[in-house]
Design a protein around this ligand. Structure first.
Ligand code: GLU
Length: 277
């Protein structure tokens, strides 16, 4: 292993440890009183799913809270469970959570294991680089570069399938990738533009990171549910449609993605929901 790579991994591990140290483990991190309606979200994605102390914020948190309410569960009945990318199918299929609302793209492969309501948002894969980076302008310019992404994500899979000349490093969470990018352990980070915009606008990274701004996939965010629960899927789709038609969806977009200056693609958003299988 190259020294530089080791440095990045070591740095990322330190960050991961410190994040763990200041956060509760998934099972005792109940949101607003630790209710029994368990929902999987991300804990480290600003603007989408972010845990700070006992407060949970982000677009996914607002969508999940709205949908839960429509299903008859008040905010105080919700327990938020951390759902890293690679663990989402397992959390659902083992019944550890009732649903996952975690920048979770609807794919045919995942549909073998879980069902999806939605989509409730359409994002696209992009690249995050250091502000002084000028040679990385899109995925085709990554050959020979060190790229970070997350295990079990469509983002990492896309790179493996389409850009084999890239040195891909897969971590467990995107915040570990951001730490590696800032410490120059990697040259770029790839995932959804929504997630990248959130990191780029965080106070500690302001002026240090930039989103390339050339998306190269369509990521249709769904709400992951137990496979085959069509009745639940239909209820969730009804709730999503109501969130959109009532104006609450737009409010949640403005509140959570607005501060990062994220421009929502209005050609694809807000989306129509797929029929439940
Ligand atoms: N939306 C993509 C996915 O579901 C990337 C973001 C993530 O890993 O949560 O894999």
């Amino acid at each position: 292993m190259k020294v530089r790579q080791f440095g990045a991994i070591a740095a990322a591990s330190v960050i991961a440890l410190s994040l763990t140290a200041c956060g509760d483990s998934a099972k005792d991190s109940g949101g607003g009183g630790g209710g029994d309606f368990k929902i999987g979200i991300k804990f480290d994605q600003p603007g989408l799913g972010l845990k700070e102390g006992s407060s949970y914020t982000g677009f996914d948190v607002d969508v999940a809270t709205y949908v839960a309410k429509e299903l008859g569960h008040d905010a105080k009945d919700i327990s938020w469970v951390q759902a890293p990318s690679a663990q989402r199918e397992t959390l659902i299929s083992t019944g550890q959570v009732k649903m996952v609302v975690a920048t979770y793209s609807i794919t045919d492969e995942r549909k073998q294991k879980v069902s999806f309501a939605g989509p409730y948002f359409i994002a696209g894969q992009d690249l995050l680089v250091r502000s002084d980076e000028s040679t990385i302008t899109g995925p085709e310019t990554l050959t020979g570069k060190r790229l970070c992404s997350v295990k079990g994500s469509t983002s990492a899979q896309k790179v493996k399938d389409k850009y084999p000349g890239v040195q891909l490093q897969e971590f467990g969470t995107y915040s570990e990738c951001v730490a590696a990018l800032v410490s120059k352990g990697v040259d770029a980070l790839t995932t959804d533009n929504t997630i990248l915009a959130g990191y780029a606008s965080q106070d500690q990274y302001k002026g240090k990171l930039k989103v390339v701004g050339k998306t190269f996939s369509e990521e249709r965010y769904g709400i992951g549910l137990k496979k085959g629960d069509k009745a639940m899927c239909e209820k969730v789709n009804t709730a999503i449609a109501k969130m959109i038609s009532s104006g609450e969806w737009q409010k949640a977009v403005d509140k959570n993605l607005g501060p990062a200056g994220f421009k929502v693609d209005s050609a694809t958003n807000p989306p129509k929901q797929d029929a439940c299988a």
